[in-house]
Design a protein around this ligand. Structure first.
Ligand code: SAM
Length: 580
């Protein structure tokens, strides 16, 4: 006979899913008349226990992840969305150590002999997902269990029965394992695997809101409701808190906030590991792997600091660790080795040495509406390039390396974005090291490319000349605001226009319009802001440290170009405009 719990009856007609393969949980819930489907979770119980302050937090999180996995999978794999998914995870805790299912008989023996003659705790974490409301309600129950003093003979007999193997802590209290137990304090079913009593109370809170509980029209007045004793105002408040904080949406927002708060730390870890050549050091070792102390020695840093840095790098996906050995990940091999073809080291160092100090003065920059070069570097920068980037040799080299690394990773895409086969000559205005010009030459066999930049840049461009340099690329020194521009069919403006005011952009475009061959085209490569200026954030963040320049949308660039007779040929992220 089934005693119909009024709370359980509220679930009639709902699709309830138990995200657990445990026959014991299935039995407990079936016995109280709950109708449900069993969809075992595919979530692997691999959460790092060290990340949890208490064992019950670990059990609750595991339960939640099990249930969420099923709730997310069902609409796609089973083509139905459940109303409720229930997840549970039971752990046995002895002296702060979480004992899960034994992996073999020896493991079972170790667990059971540890429990012998002592009291331990059994925690079950439970998560109830309300799929339509997108809410997660979770809780845990603790029960204390004391084992009798167990002889080895008894232990081995029990182990050889096979019962311990699929059970947390290596025993099942509902069967033979019951013989091992001296006493139980708390919910017995919690030890079996599901805290039924508290589960029903929670369902009561969910499905019978406070107002309706004091006077439940479905029930004769005076009928005691198992949920009622818990409905003190404190209980209700706690429930509301749980709902607000534990929804998927709330969690997403919180993790976004945390990501934003920690973003600067992650950047600085990348900058520091790069500056200390951690990625190069690991690559140069014979096996591609090193222990923290070897890395510390190589980079001449403290063991403690190095270890922390390496661990942080692992957490960010920059390194991987097997046992004590650290190695580069595919991503760091791709972008973080100094001599890699797509190395971003130049740009990373620029960010660390130049952009980072500017951003430490962001508050003043916002208050004053000015660039903070003087505050950060003790020198004003009326002309960004001459005063800030090119005033000292090493700063110029660093800036050029930064431009070079970005041009290397983006150059091919820019060069191949449009069909330029009908053009014979191109001029890369402000082409810096020539990296982009070489990409254009490589992509277009019929194209000769002139790289045009300030004299102080051209004099150093030899440092960056590729060993297989194409002789269709030539270099011309000059100031594009003052000097005559080389004649060409295609003008490349890659990351140039954003640095300048509309006034200066007009000067440059009018010079291009004057110099260009008939039917020429201008290829603009920039971060185009969305028309409503709500993104992309990469462009809007960059704007915060700009001097006289500004970020623009595609239509703003189009307008500027149109006023010099160029018509937008295509509306793409990269916009070539032609002049007829
Ligand atoms: C932001 S960098 C872009 C470099 C390159 N186009 C790229 O996409 O990697 C700007 C370039 O414009 C050059 N530049 C700045 N002012 C210039 C001027 N008045 N005349 C010529 N080149 C200039 C700088 O030297 C620098 O190489």
């Amino acid at each position: 006979m089934v005693l119909m719990n009024p709370v359980i009856s509220k679930l009639t007609g709902k699709l309830v899913v138990l995200a657990s393969a445990s026959p014991r949980r299935l039995e407990i819930l079936t016995n109280v008349g709950l109708r449900f489907e069993v969809v075992p979770s595919w979530f692997k119980e691999t959460l790092d226990k060290r990340l949890f302050k208490t064992p019950h937090e670990y059990a609750v999180e595991t339960a939640k992840q099990k249930a969420l996995e099923v709730a997310k999978r069902m609409p796609f794999k089973h083509l139905k969305t459940p109303d409720i998914v229930i997840g549970a995870d039971t752990v046995v805790v002895m002296d702060g150590l979480i004992l899960e299912k034994p992996v073999d008989k020896q493991d079972a023996y170790r667990m059971l002999s540890r429990l012998s003659g002592k009291e331990h705790s059994v925690f079950t974490g439970v998560a109830i997902i309300l799929c339509h409301e997108k809410e997660v309600i979770d809780f845990y129950e603790e029960t204390k269990v004391k084992f009798a003093d167990l002889s080895d003979d008894l232990l081995w007999e029990y182990i050889n029965s096979g019962e311990p193997m699929d059970k947390a802590g290596g025993y099942g209290i509902q069967a033979l394992g019951g013989m091992l137990v001296e006493y139980v304090h708390g919910d017995f079913l919690n030890v079996v695997g599901f805290p039924l009593n508290q589960f029903c109370k929670k369902l009561g809170l969910i499905f019978s809101p406070p107002g309706s509980l004091t006077h439940n029209s479905d029930e004769p007045q005076g009928t005691s409701d198992p949920a009622a004793p818990d409905l003190t105002s404190r209980g209700t408040m706690q429930m509301q808190n749980v709902r607000e904080n534990e929804t998927e949406d709330g969690k997403e927002k919180l993790s976004k906030m945390i990501e934003l708060m920690d973003g600067f730390k992650a950047s600085k870890v990348l900058f520091t590991a790069s500056k200390l050549h951690v990625f190069d050091v690991l690559r140069s070792s014979k096996t591609g792997e090193l222990q923290a102390e070897d890395v510390a020695q190589e980079i001449k840093a403290s063991m403690k600091g190095t270890e922390r840095l390496l661990e942080a790098c692992v957490s960010l996906g920059l390194l991987q660790r097997t046992g004590k050995e650290y190695a580069n990940t595919a991503m760091s091999r791709h972008f973080l080795l100094s001599d890699g073809p797509l190395s971003l080291q130049g740009y990373i160092q620029h960010c660390n040495e130049l952009v980072w100090p500017l951003f430490t003065h962001l508050e003043t920059a916002v208050r004053e509406g000015t660039n903070q070069h003087e505050k950060a570097f003790g020198k004003s920068s009326d002309n960004l390039f001459q005063d800030a980037y090119y005033s000292r040799h090493e700063v110029k080299l660093r800036f050029m390396k930064a431009m070079h690394s970005i041009a290397k990773v983006s150059g091919r895409d820019v060069a191949t974005a449009f069909d330029l086969s009908k053009y014979k000559t191109a001029c890369d205005l402000g082409g810096c090291t020539g990296a982009m010009a070489y990409e254009f030459a490589k992509a277009h066999p019929g194209l000769s490319v002139t790289m045009f930049d300030l004299p102080e840049v051209i004099e150093m461009s030899g440092h960056f000349r590729p060993h297989d340099a194409d002789d269709r690329v030539s270099f011309v020194a000059g100031d594009f605001f003052k000097d005559e521009l080389p004649k060409a069919d295609v003008y490349i403006l890659a990351r140039i226009l954003h640095d300048w005011s509309d006034e200066k952009v007009h000067i440059l475009l009018s010079k291009i319009a004057k110099a260009c061959n008939p039917g020429c085209c201008v290829l603009v490569s920039e971060i185009f802001l969305d028309e409503d200026r709500k993104g992309p954030s990469r462009g809007l963040l960059q704007a915060l440290s700009m001097t006289e320049g500004r970020q623009r949308s595609a239509s703003e660039y189009s307008l500027l170009l149109k006023s010099h007779g160029f018509t937008t040929a295509q509306n793409q992220t990269l916009a070539p405009t032609t002049r007829h």
